[in-house]
Design a binder for this molecule. Structure first.
Ligand code: ATP
Ligand code: MG
Length: 270
């Protein structure tokens, strides 16, 4: 398997493509992808978010755009689809093409083709950062993306406990496979500790401690950040709004620090 052997999807106007991956489901990939994208956009970067979770797209709900549909049009004699824009982020999700509540019945190769089409046929415009929200694991969708796109790197999301770390290790190993050789920009540890709303200086390590740090050192990369388990994060996602519309400053600072760090790392790697 040689990366060069795959027909690449050329996105010449997209500068840096970053995938958000994990081994285990439900660890917070979409949460990190969505808030990172909004944070980058707020810092003035032209930002896109691709929801690559074709079978369980959660980005439309998190952005409150469940009834929106992508507009189509013609550009340079070719048919294009246009992203839905919300909170300064250009979003594409399979959710914009299927009825709410419907699910996709594409098998592996069809899903890969469908995803390729979404990347290629979208009129993205000029983009500084494209964030891709992966489904969990290392299936067809992830392989297609990493083989066909020229990625700036991957961010691995994990929770601190051993079962999540051991699955995250497998996802990380996909990127470092010598045939792919995609830089792991770092690890984000989510649900690192719980802080009760009325005891803001207390931290309860309910899922254990040190997992993200351990994974980072194993893959000779950095722990980019630790995100606490707080009610506000789940609430803003469910309401289709962002962390910038709630009162917990720590969460805002955490995501802003994360997006700053990532843009610094990309600058250095470039
Ligand atoms: N730090 C956090 N504090 C509180 N709730 C959180 C936090 N991170 C994620 N959640 C909540 O946990 C649930 C799962 O998160 P999310 O959908 O981001 O995970 P995922 O890894 O994308 O899942 P999937 O593998 O199904 O795509 C969501 O309801 C989300 O709002
Ligand atoms: Mg998700």
């Amino acid at each position: 398997m040689n990366q060069k052997a795959f027909e690449k999807i050329e996105l010449p106007n997209v500068k840096n493509i970053i995938v958000i991956a994990s081994g285990k489901g439900g660890v917070g990939k979409s949460t990190v992808a969505a808030n990172l994208a909004v944070s980058l956009a707020r810092q003035g970067h032209k930002t896109a978010l691709m929801d690559a979770d074709l079978y369980g797209p959660s980005i439309p709900m998190m952005f409150g755009v469940t009834v929106e549909r992508s507009a189509g049009g013609m550009k340079d004699g070719k048919e294009v689809i246009y992203p839905v824009e919300k909170y300064g982020v250009k979003i594409i999700s399979i959710g914009f093409f299927i009825q709410p509540g419907q699910s996709l019945i594409w098998r592996g190769p069809m899903a890969s083709n469908g995803l390729t089409q979404l990347f290629r046929d979208t009129g993205w415009g000029e983009i500084d950062y494209m964030i891709i929200d992966f489904p969990p694991g290392t299936g067809d969708i992830q392989l297609t993306t990493v083989q066909k796109l020229s990625l700036a790197g991957a961010i691995i999301v994990t929770t601190p406990q051993e079962v999540a770390i051991s699955d995250a290790r497998k996802a990380a190993a996909m990127f470092t496979n010598p045939d792919l050789n995609i830089p792991i920009l770092g690890i984000v540890e989510n649900m690192s500790w719980f802080t009760p709303a009325n005891h803001t200086n207390e931290k309860y390590y309910i899922f254990g401690k040190g997992g993200g740090e351990k994974l980072a050192s194993e893959f000779r990369t950095r722990l980019l950040g630790q995100i606490p388990l707080v009610m506000e994060i789940g609430e803003v996602s469910d309401k289709g709004t962002t962390i910038y519309n709630q009162g917990n400053k720590t969460i805002i600072e955490t995501f802003d620090a994360l997006s700053h760090l990532i843009s610094e790392i990309i600058k250095v790697n470039a």
